[in-house]
Design a binder for this molecule. Structure first.
Ligand SMILES: [Ca+2]
Length: 183
């Protein structure tokens, strides 16, 4: 009789232990979104008369997390009174994949100011899903160029929102990321 209740007690403790472990396991597997901001506040040099690319304005956001990209969104805040269609804005991933966001000639971008998210508010020139499966870690470089004189824009700021599964660390993992798996 006494032995039976000890067995039940042990069984209950095992059940509680397994539940806690499984709950912890569920919590540490999550799709995570991290947003980085760069406050640039610089003019994009005007394009030359007669066409061709103006001097590029480059800006880098360094992502220290080593995971696999499952989605990317980019927020641009560019002030420009007119002729946003002069601009080409591209972003290059740490893996070297360069994709066009805003593109010379307009196409879904307001004539005055480019303030909003690609691809939510504005349709990007290239399909941003091409970054899916690459590593998050490293330099993401924004390249803004003006291809026509008159009409000058200012890159006030930009944001990079990266989505990843934080249970899938890459081989570039560090102790910090291993800890993230057990939090
Ligand atoms: Ca211009």
């Amino acid at each position: 009789m006494f032995g039976k209740s000890i067995n039940v007690c042990i069984f209950l403790w095992i059940l509680i232990f397994v539940s806690v472990v499984l709950a912890g396991e569920a919590q540490c597997r999550a799709i995570v979104e991290t947003t980085y901001t760069s406050n640039v506040g610089q003019q994009i040099p005007d394009g030359p008369a007669g066409g061709g690319s103006g001097t590029p304005l480059l800006d880098t956001i360094n992502v220290p997390l080593g995971f696999i990209v499952s989605g990317v969104e980019v927020y641009l805040n560019i002030s420009m009174v007119d002729f946003t269609s002069d601009l080409i804005v591209r972003l290059t991933s740490p893996g070297g994949t360069q994709l066009g966001l805003a593109w010379v000639g307009g196409g879904g971008i307001p004539a005055t100011n480019i303030i909003g998210w690609f691809p939510t508010d504005f349709t990007p020139h290239d399909n941003m899903d091409q970054w899916i499966g690459e590593y998050t870690e490293g330099d993401w470089v924004l390249d803004c160029r003006d291809y026509s004189n008159n009409g000058i824009g200012t890159l006030n700021s930009w944001q990079l929102k990266i989505t990843y599964d934080d249970s899938v660390a890459t081989e570039q993992e560090s102790w910090g990321q291993i800890k993230a798996l057990f939090r």
